[in-house]
Write a protein that binds this ligand. Structure first.
Ligand SMILES: Nc1ncnc2c1ncn2[C@@H]1O[C@H](COP(=O)(O)OP(=O)(O)OP(=O)(O)O)[C@@H](O)[C@H]1O
Length: 655
């Protein structure tokens, strides 16, 4: 995360730059004050490396394919977290003749994505993976200079030290790892005439996003705190991030968090939570066991407030509940299909139809709303058939930009496009050879690719991007979509011929609220989440759940049960309202009973809404008194969520 501002702030006016370059090439020195001080320092460094501005390029090293592959492997975490962000950047820069580049901390270019037109010209100055753009080799340039100054930088046209790079404008910002070390640089390089005014802002935002992703990846198992001065800032690129060990020691922080808490890098590994905030580890752990809800306020030691959200990593949850993480459901089991048949007639029919054609050479089409379990079903089909020992490859067609799905699916030859790895790639279709290929969200596949896919299905062979010999493939195809494909065909967004090829057997999976096997489904999910424990739902809750519409289907139910299990005490066996995420509990309560009922509520007096309110208010006050003001306990006794209790407390008459 960057706190320094970029150094080459204002672009040097052309006349001054020309004069500065004249001085540089004739005397090797540039008069003070003529150009930006940081740029002058960078030119001086470049000269110190023995580089001459004009003439032939010095012999910069270029990594071999094997060296590049090794560097990529070493920076796998960086590259995989940066890639989706680079794709997004590339989308923003489309048609501006530019490249989006990732380099490592030594200045070696790891990946590049960009316009083919511009890529050709960029090749001439070796702006491609494997090349090294450290200042030592190329003089002043955004990648090398951002590394040297550890700050974002724009290097425009003639500000480049080497004349030959004068056609470029480059904008780069260093990427800092969760431990504060510089990992590499993200850069946008393009023709100087097409300079994008917002490139610097875009690059800085992109770098922050990558840094946040790296932080979350690195600290996935730890206790994480997300901080901001305003509640809305949490989850944004401006948030502060802290990671803590189980005993509350600070083990990671981004620059924003360090600034918010007045800390330095040296405090990471040394400070404990009590030194950072007026907060102790027991309270934090208790928050962790509650569903992630609205942000909370905490106080710094000077008394000022910050907003905070706690996220418990895998270790933390397992440690605080003494349970191992739940296994993935229905994966690679011998009769995985039978496990999905938990008593719902529609699901039973789907399973039975599937069984009949399990090993016949036809394609499957799974239809159903998001979260009904299409991917789980596809995995079960794979695990139940004769190809179960082959690979199961899933591709989400909606998650990738068009030009990437093509490479991802069909593979590419070495050098097929800028950024293509030197070895090329086999593609997901070939990876599925001998097994099952799931194309999820097939309804979102772009038309051009639909035509290519159809050809693969007809010819049973794939030709990688960039040409080459077709390769025979043999796989079972399962497609899934939440869209109505017939309607997509009518709207001209889906090819009819492909549709007929895909729907060998169409199975419609029921939405959760249509299912009649809720108790069995819940029991099965609970066994998956807490193996070895006999857990059950409170009867009133089970009833409300069976009436609820579940917009997120099985995914939503599964995640609600995960939360409930996390909140359940060690010796509790019954899941009740207060174990559920607040928003879901409120919705479910809306279905079952509009007002809380407690045994201590006095008999309902005859009267209108005002009386009802009075009864409710009395019940709330009594519960608060008998629990000595403990909100969670009072909410539990009343059978309402804490949020609802807060609301009711605010409505209580004062005095
Ligand atoms: N039979 C099951 N038992 C337990 N959990 C299940 C079951 N089916 C689905 N789930 C849960 O629901 C989640 C969603 O399932 P899945 O990804 O298969 O849905 P989908 O229909 O493919 O969703 P989308 O269309 O959004 O990709 C799974 O991650 C899993 O947690």
């Amino acid at each position: 995360m960057q706190t320094n501002s970029h150094h080459v702030a204002a672009r040097t006016p052309g006349s001054r730059l020309r004069e500065a370059r004249r001085q540089l090439t004739t005397t090797g020195e540039v008069a003070d004050g003529l150009i930006d001080a940081a740029l002058r320092r960078s030119w001086e460094r470049s000269r110190g490396f023995g580089l001459a501005p004009a003439g032939r390029a010095p012999g910069a090293p270029h990594a071999s394919a094997a060296q590049l592959a090794r560097a990529l492997e070493q920076q796998r975490e960086l590259a995989s977290n940066a890639r989706p962000v680079m794709e997004f950047l590339f989308e923003q820069m489309r048609d501006t003749d530019s490249l989006v580049i990732l380099a490592d901390a030594q200045g070696m270019l790891l990946e590049a994505m960009g316009d083919a037109n511009f890529a050709d010209r960029a090749q001439r100055v070796a702006l491609r993976p494997g090349a090294n753009w450290h200042e030592r080799w190329r003089g002043t340039n955004a990648i090398g200079t951002a590394l040297a100054d550890a700050a974002p930088v724009v290097v425009h046209a003639g500000e480049h030290y080497l004349d030959r790079n004068g056609f470029l404008t480059c904008t780069a910002a260093p990427i800092t790892g969760p431990d504060g070390c510089m990992l590499g640089v993200l850069d946008i390089s393009g023709d100087h005439r097409g300079h994008h005014r917002h490139a610097l802002a875009l690059v800085r935002l992109a770098v922050r996003t990558v840094e946040q992703k790296l932080f979350d990846t690195r600290h996935a198992a730890d206790l994480r705190l997300r901080l901001h001065l305003q509640p809305e800032g949490i989850g944004s690129v401006a948030e502060g991030l802290l990671a803590l060990s189980d005993d509350g020691r600070l083990i990671g922080a981004n620059a924003a968090a360090l600034a918010m808490l007045g800390l330095s890098r040296a405090d990471v590994g040394a400070a404990s939570i009590g030194q950072l905030l007026q907060l102790d580890v027991t309270t934090l752990m208790a928050w962790c066991r509650q569903p992630a809800g609205a942000p909370r306020t905490v106080r710094r030691h000077d008394g000022s407030a910050l907003w905070l959200r706690v996220e418990a990593g895998r270790h933390v949850l397992a440690a605080s509940h003494g349970s191992a993480p739940a296994p993935r459901p229905a994966q690679a089991r011998a009769d995985a299909l039978a496990e999905l048949d938990t008593g719902d007639p529609a699901m039973h029919a789907a399973v039975e139809r599937a069984r009949r054609v399990l090993d016949k050479p036809i394609s499957w089409l799974l239809l159903g709303a998001s979260g009904v379990g299409k991917e789980v079903f596809a995995r079960a089909l794979h695990a139940s058939g004769t190809r179960r020992d082959g690979p199961f490859v899933a591709v989400n067609c909606a998650a990738l930009p068009e030009q990437l799905i093509e490479a991802e699916l069909f593979g590419y030859r070495p050098g097929a496009f800028t950024g293509a790895s030197r070895e090329g790639a086999a593609g997901r279709i070939r990876e599925a050879h001998g097994g099952t290929l799931l194309l999820d969200e097939i309804g979102d596949m772009p038309l051009a690719l639909q035509a290519r896919l159809l050809r693969v299905l007809q010819d049973r062979q794939v030709t990688p991007l960039g040409g080459g010999k077709p390769v025979a493939v043999d796989f079972r195809l399962v497609c899934a979509t939440h869209r109505n494909l017939r309607r997509e065909i009518e709207a001209g967004r889906f090819r009819e011929d492909l549709y007929y090829r895909l729907n060998g057997l169409t199975l419609q999976l029921p939405a959760l609220h249509e299912r009649q096997d809720m108790p069995h489904l819940v029991a099965q999910m609970l066994r998956g989440i807490e193996p070895g424990r006999e857990l059950r739902l409170a009867p009133e809750l089970a009833l409300a759940m069976s009436r609820y519409r579940w917009p997120g289907n099985l995914r939503q139910l599964n995640s609600a049960l995960h939360t409930a299990c996390a909140l359940l005490g060690e010796h509790e066996a019954q899941i009740d309202w207060w174990h559920l995420p607040d928003d879901l509990a409120d919705e479910l309560r809306g279905i079952s009973a509009p007002e809380p009922t407690v045994p201590t509520v006095p008999a309902m007096p005859a009267g209108g809404a005002a009386d009802l309110k009075a009864v409710s208010a009395r019940a709330v006050s009594q519960a608060m008194q008998s629990c000595a003001g403990n909100l969670s306990e009072a909410a539990r006794r009343l059978g309402i969520s804490r949020n609802t209790l807060y609301r009711k407390l605010r409505q209580l008459p004062t005095g």
